[in-house]
Ligand binder design. Structure first.
Ligand code: 5RP
Length: 222
């Protein structure tokens, strides 16, 4: 059966070189990348290490027999991560899985960053997807007010099968901020992080080297 996320994840694994330290993104697309790297370890005997961006990617990496390391010990040669929206300048919205804080640290620090996604994530301009903003829980009312003043409609992301807000891997809340339009992703990324209480927001600018999209007509690289 056709699986565009799988196509993108397996294609990205072809860019992994023997000896690489890999940044392992989070989500249903990077799931396939991690699986594919595990296959290359088993079948070709390549030696790589992984730095996960979430408990999810840590568990998947362990299942794929990818040795784990950390940013304290190694620099990252290649990070591969997913996205919720990708614009023509390769700006992103990320954080659909509430992992964008560690993802941004890992993606930013990598020598090379490849984003993998199915074709539905390619957009003309960012903003149909709300911008995830990770906040210190005690700041959430203050940050919601600041986001409203910036023209957004903010909502605290609620958990499923747990009462109340979702809690990130870092013990924080996520506020999803819907903007009518995002004229400058770079300026919005910077402005959001100046609000006290904001840990990190899900706009990623100026860090992507390549996008691999799974499309119905095959792989498309941007
Ligand atoms: C997690 C992310 C994900 O990479 C993003 O939400 C895309 O996920 P998926 O591959 O499941 O569509 O940013 O915080």
């Amino acid at each position: 059966m056709i699986n565009l996320k799988r196509d993108a994840g397996y294609k990205a694994a072809e860019y992994v070189k023997d000896g690489d330290v890999l940044g392992l993104g989070t989500g249903s697309t990077t799931h396939y990348f991690i699986e594919a790297v595990g296959k290359r370890i088993a079948e070709e005997g390549i030696k790589v290490m992984g730095i996960p961006t979430s408990f999810q990617s840590l568990l998947l990496a362990k299942k794929a027999n990818i040795p784990i390391t950390s940013l304290e010990e190694h620099d990252i040669d290649l990070a591969v991560d997913g996205a919720d929206e990708i614009d023509p300048d390769l700006n992103l919205i990320k954080g659909g899985g509430a992992a964008h804080t560690l993802e941004k640290i890992v993606d930013y620090s990598a020598k090379k960053l490849i984003i993998i996604a199915d074709e539905s994530k390619e957009v003309e301009s960012l903003g149909a997807f709300p911008v995830p903003v990770e906040v210190i829980p005690q700041s959430s009312r203050v940050v919601m007010k600041a986001l409203e003043d910036m023209g957004a409609k903010p909502e605290i992301r609620m958990a499923e099968r747990k009462d109340g807000p979702i809690i990130t891997d870092n013990g924080n809340f996520i506020i999803d901020a819907k903007f009518d339009e995002i004229e400058s992703p770079l300026h919005l990324e910077i402005d959001l992080n100046t609000i006290p209480g904001v840990v990190e927001n899900g706009i990623f600018t100026e860090m992507v080297d390549k996008v691999i999209l799974g499309t119905k007509d095959g792989i498309k690289e941007l």
